[in-house]
Write a protein that binds this ligand. Structure first.
Ligand SMILES: Nc1ncnc2c1ncn2[C@@H]1O[C@H](COP(=O)(O)OP(=O)(O)OP(=O)(O)O)[C@@H](O)[C@H]1O
Ligand SMILES: [Mg+2]
Length: 256
């Protein structure tokens, strides 16, 4: 059974079908890439899976259970975590605080308990901090845990965002353009951290325009065009697919 099963999903903005009857399966343990020209619907698909964009049609199953009517926080609690195409960190908070924010789906402490200052609250806080520190360590940022996030380089900020997504201990990590805008010298650590996370058992779905990264990192790639499925296959199959080359890869090569 697929871990994530996207079936005939459509997302419409007025008359525009940004995602138009798309079907995609993600197998457990995979690094799955989604590529396609600007405006193909990749981010909209991510938003639909995460629950911040309502579907016009279709179903989304996580481990066989339909999730398309669940709220984003409920999907997060079931194991979905994502990062955003535009960096979303809090520059005036420390690194550890930025990561602790990602823990919330699993936190059990209620507001009333927190007000009453029950011992379980304190225990939970320590646990959250431990998990956050562990994720920072995994991303190679633990030595700067108490520094302000605003002091990080762009590549490090992207790693911080991944650490925050991991704080929820997801089954599936969805990364929307993890190296977009990251200087070439800082890209390799991001790529190897994604590999590391996947080796620890987290399934990864990533959107990225950097073809070198996609081809070296992904086990399987889905190509979208105008909201629709164009092709799917291994990096070798995709890079030699004439339709993909004319619709997308040719254009990327020109811009490379
Ligand atoms: N909130 C919205 N309201 C109206 N139209 C939208 C909205 N979000 C996206 N769109 C449109 O839906 C289409 C798909 O956009 P989307 O951002 O999903 O593409 P993308 O594949 O992620 O592109 P890129 O590679 O540039 O990030 C585009 O035509 C876009 O203009
Ligand atoms: Mg996008």
């Amino acid at each position: 059974m697929a871990l994530l099963d996207v079936e005939n999903v459509r997302v419409s903005f007025g008359g525009l079908h940004a995602v138009d009857g798309l079907t995609m399966r993600v197998q457990p343990g995979q690094i799955k890439g989604i590529i396609g020209p600007n405006g193909a619907g990749k981010t909209t698909l991510f938003n639909a899976i995460a629950g911040i964009q309502k579907l016009s049609a279709g179903t989304i199953k996580l481990q066989g259970t339909e999730i398309q009517t669940l709220q984003p926080y409920e999907r997060a609690a079931l194991g979905l975590a994502r990062t955003f195409q535009n960096l979303q960190i809090f520059p005036d908070l420390s690194l550890i605080e930025n990561v602790m924010i990602g823990y919330h789906p699993k936190a059990r402490t209620g507001f009333l308990k927190a007000l009453l200052g029950l011992p379980s609250v304190h225990k939970e806080e320590i646990k959250i901090e431990e998990v956050a520190y562990e994720k920072l360590k995994l991303m190679g940022l633990a030595d700067r845990a108490t520094r302000l996030a605003g002091d990080l380089s762009f590549g490090e900020s992207k790693l911080l965002e991944i650490a925050r997504a991991l704080a929820a201990e997801p089954q599936i990590l969805m990364l929307d353009e993890p190296i977009a805008g990251v200087p070439a010298s800082e890209q390799a650590p991001v790529v190897s951290m994604i590999q590391e996370v996947n080796k620890l058992g987290v399934t990864v779905v990533l959107v990225e325009h950097n073809m070198r990264m996609v081809m070296s990192l992904c086990h399987e790639i889905l190509v979208m065009r105008s909201g629709c499925y164009l092709a799917e296959g291994t990096p070798g199959e995709i890079s030699s697919n004439p339709e993909v080359i004319s619709a997308y890869l040719g254009e990327e090569a020109v811009h490379a």
